[in-house]
Design a protein around this ligand. Structure first.
Ligand SMILES: [Zn+2]
Ligand SMILES: [Zn+2]
Length: 280
């Protein structure tokens, strides 16, 4: 991977992002804690984003576009939203992906299978938006040696799968794809919400990315503000991952409203705008 320093970034640039899944309470157990669907939560989310005049990018599973096209059409009225892809159905059925992992060298399935998934996702989105998707995040940040070559073939220009506090700028993955690092503490794996309740003395881990580190939402907000301010000192890019679902479950988007208010003092951009900045 080549390190690209964004010499044209003279000020902090913020990418506010979130991932949106289709309806499935068994698979996405936190949906049990929501009175609305993730797509409906995205509608609420984008209204807050709009209120503060900032921009956001939401990565949708293709299936959610098919299931809730009417709500999606309402969401699309807001021009301060970019739609990205997030796989068709988050690697379902599970049993099949278990077999892929066991008998092939790729976690997301053989090349032809992944190509099918990516094509299906991009088509489902385009059918509703009429626009071509150029930004992508894999569900669970999970990609393998085939993923980026296929994404390149289908016109994806920016991927955002790499969680790291160390990086400040996008990096080139191949001649056309940039990787936008998620360099601010992501919400889902570090927030007490839904089933992830605080229990005294219990240091349960919320998956491999949490490393046993989790907070109540007000503390999380304080932490990410600090992270953004330190990225600001280096005139870098800050990529925030705040899911509509986690924000809704935590406190019905009260903190998300405060976050957007805080972000309104900075320059926010769509994920796809990382390409433009790189080409200038
Ligand atoms: Zn996901
Ligand atoms: Zn969550």
């Amino acid at each position: 991977m080549n390190f690209i320093r964004y010499s044209l970034f003279i000020e902090l640039m913020i990418f506010l992002t979130g991932d949106v899944h289709f309806k499935n309470k068994r698979l996405f157990t936190e949906q049990k804690f929501m009175a609305i669907t993730e797509v409906e939560a995205s509608n609420k989310y984008i209204q807050i984003v709009h209120k503060y005049g900032i921009k956001a990018t939401l990565f949708f599973t293709g299936k959610s576009f098919e299931e809730e096209a009417d709500v999606i059409r309402d969401i699309l009225k807001f021009k301060n939203l970019e739609i990205g892809g997030h796989t068709y159905n988050a690697y379902q059925p599970e049993i099949l992906y278990r077999l892929f992992r066991r008998f092939t060298d790729s976690a997301n399935g053989p090349e032809w299978w992944q190509e099918r998934d990516i094509k299906k996702t991009l088509r489902a989105i385009k059918n509703v938006t009429g626009e071509t998707v150029v930004s992508w995040r894999n569900h669970a940040y999970r990609y393998d040696r085939y993923t980026y070559n296929i994404l390149k073939k289908y016109g994806i220009r920016v991927v955002s799968n790499n969680v790291t506090t160390k990086k400040r700028f996008p990096e080139k993955i191949n001649d056309t794809i940039l990787s936008l690092p998620i360099n601010v503490m992501p919400d889902h794996e570090h927030l007490y919400h839904g089933e992830k309740k605080y229990r005294k003395g219990v240091k349960e881990s919320f998956g491999k990315y949490s490393q046993g580190i989790f907070y109540f939402i007000d503390k999380w907000f304080e932490i990410i503000k600090g992270e953004i301010e330190s990225i600001e000192k280096e005139n870098g890019c800050a990529t925030i991952l705040a899911h509509p679902s986690c924000m809704e479950i935590s406190d019905e988007m009260e903190t998300f409203d405060k976050l957007c208010s805080f972000l309104s003092q900075y320059k926010t951009a769509f994920v796809r705008e990382a390409i433009i900045s790189n080409e200038q």
